[in-house]
Design a protein around this ligand. Structure first.
Ligand code: GAR
Length: 200
């Protein structure tokens, strides 16, 4: 079974959905590590409850991104992690991890990329007054939410929607499609004997 690490910075509802899917067998993977850059994030509690090993760090305790990513890489190696799943990790991945996990890092973003990359994608969509937004799962490259798109699901913003209701709907969709997309991806990679690993 593929060993994955989930990276998160906040509440971790996507971490929870992914972990739950591994427990029910909908996602054939093992969550071997949670990496978190916010020592007070709720996701840490969720990981501890699930019995998932955690690596929690404060970027300010390191001289550079290279330094903390080198430490993260050490932790990933210790847990034999093969694939990285970003789930609300609010930092750009740097050269150390991009190099070591080429084509093996994916992210979920709460908009239909390339619209509304970066922070507060939902707020950006509300401000723009769009009638359709959605969720994107994509490979991670050096840019901000720019890697090749794997899956997307649109969400209509009907009359009377508020920021809160859009956010709820986005989360619902994220929780359903992240595990499902990962399962498909891992099955394809397994079948293709790793030749499907994206290189870009
Ligand atoms: C999710 O909506 C995710 O798409 C978003 O952060 C939220 C984390 O929620 N990620 C980004 O905006 C990345 N650019 P969670 O902590 O409850 O999983």
């Amino acid at each position: 079974m593929i060993s994955i690490a989930v990276f998160a910075s906040g509440s971790g509802s996507n971490f929870q959905a992914i972990y739950d899917a591994t427990q029910s067998g909908r996602l054939q993977a093992q969550v071997s590590l949670l990496v978190c850059d916010k020592p007070d994030a709720k996701v840490i509690e969720r990981a501890e409850k699930a019995g998932v090993q955690t690596f929690v760090f404060s970027p300010k305790d390191f001289a550079s991104k290279e330094e903390y990513e080198t430490e993260i890489y050490k932790q990933l190696s210790q847990q034999n992690v093969e694939f990285i799943v970003l789930a609300g990790y609010m930092r750009l991945i740097g050269s150390v991890l991009l190099e070591k996990f080429k084509g093996k890092i994916v992210n979920i973003h709460p908009s239909l990329l390339p619209s509304f990359p970066g922070k507060d994608a939902i707020g950006q969509a509300v401000k723009a007054g769009v009638k359709v937004t959605g969720v994107t799962i994509h490979y991670v490259d050096a840019g901000m939410d720019t890697g090749p798109i794997i899956a997307q699901q649109a969400i209509e913003i009907g009359k009377g929607y508020t920021r809160e209701t859009i956010e709820q709907r986005i989360h619902q969709v994220e929780h359903a499609i992240y595990a499902e997309t990962l399962q498909q991806l891992f099955q394809q990679i397994k079948k293709a004997g790793n030749s499907l690993i994206k290189t870009f």
